[in-house]
Design a protein around this ligand. Structure first.
Ligand SMILES: [Zn+2]
Length: 340
């Protein structure tokens, strides 16, 4: 059986940021192949896995691209200026460790500003930061991290207290893990629905992979699997949210990108109850997922999202609960079997 932490570590080690996802796309295609009839990778690094059935088309989508960084300028001393790939909070990046595809490791540092020595963190912008890879000069930096090269957070997922896993890129590699667990659960089963399990590319830069995949598949019913915020930490008092870690996956009702189909949610609630899966109702005040892309595909699809609660999203210390991942996988499998 797939081991959640081991798989999350493997995917995190392989992954490159949005737009450059070929390594993790190949790995996911390999991992999923024994459980489906067909797998192919398209131009956007979508890994499209087809488990054939005679019934309606059901598309699952978990994005395989993490956020990251790209070098846009190298100065004479070999320090790197960079731009964000996907959404980052610049204040959270100070003093974090990053690694390039070349293996070069660096630290993100803050440029001192003598005019504003006490500037508060909300005033810090990406252009106030730089990456130091220790290069002795521009030439060495150009060799290790040329213009256009991409980097990611350099930390390994670990098990911490409470059956939780902490590390970067739970968003959304942990949902890729959940989809693999669902495929494993469905192994050998003949399902009525025509099932597409898609690991989508370029979500963090505008849900581009899911748009293309959904247009190619034209699903009747779509279920994205992504992470969502929680309201269970001291930091969340200002924006309360009725989602907590360890209380099961959520069924999304609305976020900043889409209103989920009430019919799709009715189906999910029914299958969750039947399978004895505890879930939480989710309304997120911002954000968006691949569910929005599937909703608008073809002539429109009944689309929603199953979320895995996650603290500190888009940081190197994202925290998810292992049981929530297992239960999310069970919910995806139960949805795959559902009568539509
Ligand atoms: Zn995500």
């Amino acid at each position: 059986m797939f081991d959640i932490l081991e798989l999350q570590r493997k995917l995190t080690a392989a992954a490159l940021p949005s737009g450059f996802e070929t390594p993790q796309a190949k790995l996911l295609a390999e991992l999923a192949a024994p459980y489906v009839d067909e797998v192919h990778i398209d131009a956007l690094n979508n890994v499209i896995c087809h488990k054939k059935g005679k019934g309606k088309k059901l598309m699952f989508a978990a994005h395989l691209d993490p956020i990251g960084f790209m070098v846009n300028y190298i100065d004479e001393k070999g320090y790197l200026s960079f731009t964000a790939i996907g959404g980052h909070n610049p204040a959270c990046l100070i003093n974090t460790r990053v690694v390039f595809a070349s293996g070069a490791v660096g630290g993100i540092a803050l440029k001192p500003d003598p005019d504003h020595p006490n500037r508060n963190s909300s005033a810090i912008r990406m252009t106030d930061l730089y990456i130091d890879i220790g290069a002795k000069d521009k030439k060495e930096a150009e060799r290790l991290a040329p213009i256009g090269s991409v980097a990611k957070f350099c930390t390994v997922p670990q098990e911490i207290g409470g059956g939780n896993i902490m590390g970067p890129y739970a968003d959304d590699l942990i949902a890729c893990v959940a989809q693999l667990l669902a495929l494993e659960e469905l192994k050998g089963e003949k399902c009525e629905n025509d099932l597409y399990f898609v690991f989508t590319g370029q979500e963090e830069t505008g849900c581009k992979g899911a748009k293309v995949a959904a247009e190619a598949i034209r699903p009747y019913f779509g279920v994205a699997c992504d992470v969502t915020a929680t309201g269970d930490t001291p930091a969340d008092k200002k924006v309360p949210m009725a989602v907590a870690l360890g209380k099961g996956p959520t069924i999304k009702i609305k976020d900043g990108g889409a209103i989920s189909s009430p019919y799709a949610n009715e189906v999910l609630r029914k299958v969750a109850k039947k399978a004895g899966i505890k879930y939480q109702d989710e309304v997120l005040l911002y954000g968006g997922t691949d569910a929005g892309a599937m909703l608008l595909s073809g002539v429109g699809a009944y689309s929603t999202c199953v979320s895995i609660p996650c603290r500190n999203i888009h940081s190197p210390v994202e925290i998810v609960n292992k049981n929530d991942v297992l239960e999310a996988a069970r919910l995806l499998a139960a949805a795959a079997r559902s009568a539509l």
